[in-house]
Design a binder for this molecule. Structure first.
Ligand SMILES: [Zn+2]
Length: 443
C-alpha cells in the first residue's frame, strides 16, 4: 500500500509539473511575429506619436494612436468574455514642468487589466511606450514613426495581452501603453503614483523599450541576445538598511535585481535558444526608461530590450546623410526577434501571475556556526519554500533546495560567510515567487 501511494503521489507531482511546462511552451508558441508586425506598422503609420502631437485627428498623432491601442485591448477583451478592464489613466502636465514640455498636455496611458482570481490587488505589469520622437525632442509635428522605439515594445505588450487573455491567473496582470516617455518619463510617473494612491501591491514591472533591433550600430548582428537592466538596490532604502548592507551583504540583491534573475532563470529554462544578458545597472549609461519611475517609489522593475542598438535609427529625423539612412522606420525592425522578446515577457508574466506571494520577514542566522539557518513567515497559497544560495561572486542563484511547507530550516554544513542566500515561495503547480534576500538576522 505504501509504495503504491508513493508512486501515485510521484505520478501526480510529475504530471502537474509537466502540465506547467506544457502551458509555458504553449504560450511561447502562441506569440505571433505577424501580428506584432501588423501592429508596429499601424503604430508607425500614425505619422508621429509625439506626446505633444495632435490629439484630434483619427489618422495622425498620439490621440489617434492611443484610441487605436484602446480599441485593440477592447477587441481582445470582447474575444475573452470581457476578461480585460480597459481604461485610460492620465495626468495634466503643465507647460514648463520640464524643458521638453512646451505646452500643457494630458499624458495619457492605456491600461488593460486581467484581474487575478485569487489576489486581485497584486499586479505584475508589462509596459511599452506609445510616444515617439525625432532629433529635436520638442518637435511634435515632423514624421516620427518610432517603429523600434517604441512601437516594438507597445506591439509586444498588445500581443502578450492577446496570448494571455486565453488563461486565468491568480494574480492580476496589467498590460499598459505608457506615454510621455521621451519628454521625461511622465507616463510611468503617473501610473506609479496611481498605484501608490490605490494601494496596489506591485509584484514587478517588465518595461519593454526597443525589442526589435538585431543589427547594432557596430555591425554586430545577433537575434538571440537581449538585455535585462536592473538597479542594485532601491533608491528608497533607509540609512539603517544601507548601514546593515555593509555587514550582512545585499549590495547586488535589491528587489529589481531579484526580478531580473527571475526572468533570466525562466528564459534559461524554457527558451534555451535565447541568451539573456543581465546588466547590473539601472539602465544604459546615463539614459532613461519607464521602469525608473516605478523604482523611484520603491517598486521592483526592470528594462527588457535588444542587446545591440542602432543609434542612427533612434530619435532621428528621417533623412539620408553620407549614404546613411537615418530614422526609426518600419523596415529596420526584426519581427521574429520581437516575437521572442514578447514571449520572454509572456512566460514571465504567466509564471509570476501564477505564483504565491513571496515569503515575508525572511531572516538569516548562523554566525560563527557550521550551518546557515533561516526563518520566514509563511504565505497563503504556498505549498512549500525553496532556499537559494550562490557564491558571492555569482550573478545567478546557482544552488537551491526545496524544504517543504515549513517556516524555518537549517542548511547543514553550509557556512553563512561564503554564500549569499534567499528564500522563494512555491505554489501548487510549481510556480515560484521571486527570491527574497533576508532583511533580518537571528542567533
Ligand atoms: Zn527613445
Amino acid at each position: 500500500m505504501k509504495p503504491l501511494l508513493t508512486t501515485l503521489l510521484l505520478l501526480f507531482v510529475v504530471n502537474s509539473f509537466s502540465q506547467t511546462d506544457q502551458k509555458i511552451y504553449d504560450i511561447i508558441d502562441a506569440v505571433s511575429a505577424d501580428r506584432i508586425k501588423n501592429d508596429v506598422k499601424t503604430l508607425a503609420d500614425f505619422g508621429t506619436r509625439h506626446t505633444l502631437s495632435d490629439t484630434v485627428s483619427n489618422t495622425r498623432g498620439i490621440g489617434a494612436a492611443r484610441r487605436w491601442i484602446k480599441s485593440e485591448f477592447d477587441k481582445i477583451s470582447s474575444d475573452c468574455n470581457n476578461c480585460l478592464e480597459v481604461s485610460y489613466q492620465k495626468d495634466l502636465i503643465k507647460k514648463g514642468d520640464g524643458a521638453r514640455i512646451v505646452h500643457d498636455v494630458w499624458v495619457v496611458n492605456v491600461l488593460a487589466i486581467k484581474r487575478g482570481t485569487k489576489y486581485p490587488n497584486r499586479y505584475i505589469i508589462m509596459s511599452g511606450d506609445i510616444d515617439s520622437r525625432v532629433s529635436n525632442a520638442t518637435d511634435f509635428t515632423s514624421d516620427s514613426p518610432g517603429a523600434n522605439d517604441n512601437a516594438s515594445g507597445m506591439a509586444g505588450t498588445i500581443e502578450a495581452a492577446r496570448v494571455l487573455s486565453k488563461y486565468q491567473f491568480e494574480n492580476s496582470i496589467i498590460f499598459v501603453g505608457l506615454s510621455g516617455e521621451e519628454q521625461g518619463l511622465y507616463g510611468g510617473k503617473g501610473l506609479a503614483n496611481h498605484a501608490l494612491k490605490n494601494n496596489w501591491e506591485i509584484i514587478g514591472v517588465l518595461n519593454n523599450d526597443m525589442i526589435g533591433n538585431i543589427k547594432g550600430v557596430d555591425g554586430v548582428i545577433d537575434n538571440r541576445t537581449f538585455r535585462i537592466f536592473s538597479e542594485p538596490v532601491p533608491p528608497t532604502e533607509t540609512e539603517q538598511q544601507r548601514r546593515s548592507r555593509r555587514f550582512y551583504g545585499g549590495e547586488v540583491d535589491g528587489i529589481s535585481r531579484q526580478l531580473a534573475r527571475y526572468v533570466h532563470k525562466t528564459v534559461k529554462t524554457y527558451m534555451p535558444e535565447m541568451n539573456p544578458m543581465m546588466v547590473y545597472r539601472l539602465d544604459r549609461f546615463g539614459r532613461g526608461g519607464h521602469h525608473r519611475p516605478f523604482n523611484d517609489v520603491g517598486f521592483s522593475g526592470i528594462r527588457i530590450m535588444e542587446a545591440h542598438e542602432n543609434y542612427t535609427q533612434q530619435h532621428q529625423d528621417i533623412r539620408t546623410e553620407n549614404g546613411i539612412n537615418y530614422g526609426d522606420t518600419f523596415e529596420h525592425v526584426n519581427f521574429p526577434y520581437a516575437k521572442k522578446l514578447t514571449a520572454v515577457n509572456a512566460i514571465n508574466l504567466a509564471s509570476l501571475a501564477s505564483a504565491p506571494p513571496a515569503p515575508k520577514n525572511v531572516a538569516i542566522g548562523g554566525i560563527v556556526q557550521p550551518s546557515a539557518k533561516f526563518k520566514w513567515d509563511k504565505v497563503d497559497g504556498a505549498v512549500g519554500y525553496k532556499i537559494y544560495w550562490r557564491d558571492t561572486t555569482s550573478p545567478t542563484w546557482d544552488n537551491s533546495r526545496f524544504v517543504g511547507d515549513v517556516s524555518e530550516f537549517m542548511l547543514e554544513g553550509i557556512v553563512i560567510d561564503n554564500y549569499f542566500f534567499g528564500v522563494a515561495s512555491v505554489g501548487k503547480d510549481g510556480y515560484e515567487s521571486p527570491v527574497v534576500f533576508p532583511s533580518k538576522t537571528f542567533r
